[in-house]
Design a protein around this ligand. Structure first.
Ligand SMILES: C[S@@+](CC[C@H](N)C(=O)[O-])C[C@H]1O[C@@H](n2cnc3c(N)ncnc32)[C@H](O)[C@@H]1O
Length: 265
């Protein structure tokens, strides 16, 4: 049984990551506000971004900040979904995943094989369009991306590293986790008070933390939200750091940290 790690909460901006030391983070697991999804229009507009490209330019700054705080060989995992939206009368896909890849690579990070998180649906034959006549129906968008990037070359660890041995996973976990499509993980319902937090299910960061970091290392979520990544990391014996712009969410995470009994970082 691994001892739980600490949780440090910072009210701040993912584009700067003030208070997070350069080269101090082994793994970033995060889900930013998704460009072109109406839920995030107002926060993006407050930051001066009103279209796909300018929204992504704000996220580009966050990927640059992640590159600064990651240790050499450290990993960034970004959960993002594409958006479907009609603008000026034209319905189309806004490929957030492709634009995040461009932004992260421009920040100096290298793309690695990614995961498609296929969300279970209650409508197995759902499609967008009408009838059975080609060609104007659309493929259903039921996958989100878990994009994986590395900061520079592969990490070199000392032979027989005790932290590595303590972080071992089993064969069944390896076979399930390292396949490219993850199925059977349901999305999380929005908060009971109607506050839309877009939290991801705990199973997503639980797997990623154990796949891509060692016990005792630091795991960061620069868009921490309700803290899902932080609780998964601390439960797995990693030290978690969460950065969040919304003071009310930081207050809620602090209450949750105390309730769960994680020491402050
Ligand atoms: C998709 S949610 C993250 C949800 C989180 N994964 C969870 O499970 O709760 C994105 C979060 O980023 C926050 N946010 C938006 N812009 C930010 C910025 N510039 N810096 C830090 N946090 C920001 C929002 O307030 C929101 O809580």
């Amino acid at each position: 049984m691994t001892a739980s790690g600490s949780v440090r909460l910072l009210l701040g901006d993912a584009r700067r990551l003030r208070g997070v030391a350069s080269g101090s983070v082994a793994l970033v697991v995060t889900s930013p506000p998704y460009p072109m999804i109406p839920q995030w229009d107002a926060p993006f507009a407050r930051a001066g971004a009103r279209d796909f490209e300018s929204m992504h330019r704000l996220l580009d700054a966050a990927w640059r900040a992640c590159a600064r705080v990651l240790l050499p060989g450290g990993l960034l995992v970004v959960n993002v979904g594409d958006a479907l939206r009609t603008i000026d009368g034209e319905f189309r896909l806004w490929p957030n995943h492709a634009r995040v890849v461009r932004g992260a690579e421009a920040a100096g990070l290298r793309s690695l094989p990614y995961v498609l998180w296929k969300k279970p649906t209650n409508r197995p034959n759902a499609f967008l369009g009408s009838g059975f006549l080609p060609p104007n129906a659309y493929v259903t968008v039921d996958c989100e991306f878990l994009l994986v990037f590395r900061n520079g070359p592969l990490r070199r660890l000392p032979p027989r590293s005790p932290a590595r041995a303590a972080s071992r996973y089993g064969r069944a976990e390896r076979d399930r986790w390292f396949s490219q499509v993850w199925e059977g993980i349901r999305g999380v319902p929005q908060g009971p008070d109607g506050r839309r937090t877009a939290a991801f299910p705990p199973e997503i960061p639980r797997r990623l933390v154990r796949m891509f970091s060692l016990v005792g290392e630091t795991v960061l979520d620069p868009f921490a939200g309700t803290g899902t990544t932080l609780w998964a990391a601390a439960e797995a014996g990693r030290n978690a750091v969460g950065v969040e712009l919304d003071p009310e969410l930081v207050r809620r995470m602090e209450a949750e940290r105390l309730r769960r009994g994680f020491p402050p970082g």
